[in-house]
Design a binder for this molecule. Sequence first.
Ligand code: AR6
Length: 186
Amino acid sequence: MINCKFNIHKTVFQLILADITEMDTEVIVNAANSSLLGGGGVDGSIHQKGGPSILNECKKIRRYSFPDGLPTGNAVLTSAGNLKTSFIIHTVGPIWSDGFHGEPEFLKKAYVSSLKLALSKGFSSISFPSISTGTYKYPLKEASVIAISTIKDFVATQEIISRVAMVLFSIKTYKIYLASAQEILK
Ligand code: AR6
């Protein structure tokens, strides 16, 4: 497995070339959309491999908590059906337009909301996909800098989350995240 580790405060930060649906961290993050009713990319794979219980929980969240959809940058929790992980945090990253419509702030918020939710539940390990860089077209280099800086700043303030994995789906994405991590975490 292609994999690289960094220490941030008391947390191990990992970059892994893998499929996030195979991760055994306590929780994995889904790059969802506001409807919470599924889609393509990571979202499609999670629902397909995890089974229908995830969609049923998402529908309840929509009905009782977010009838108009989950706002960009927010995060909610469900169980994980048939996946190896126990829980899923569904968050919504921004759709890239030109970088002047709050995209960096919303992308940061998606990571922070997910980490805050994981911390509030006492989860010790979490896996993230590269939020917004597929269908939502966020430029990879810029997204990697926001993801890694946000995770770095957050984990340094706590001692519960001991492992954070960024799970990258292509060697190109992995190399871009690795270069950013070597810069930011040196
Ligand atoms: N494991 C890890 N990473 C993956 C996987 C996987 N199984 N599958 C794709 N990626 P995307 P977004 C990578 O499109 O840009 C969906 O339809 C992918 O290569 O999944 O936030 C939702 O329903 C890319 O680097 O999420 C929304 O409508 C990254 O994960 C919309 O797409 C994110 O790509 C969200 O778009």
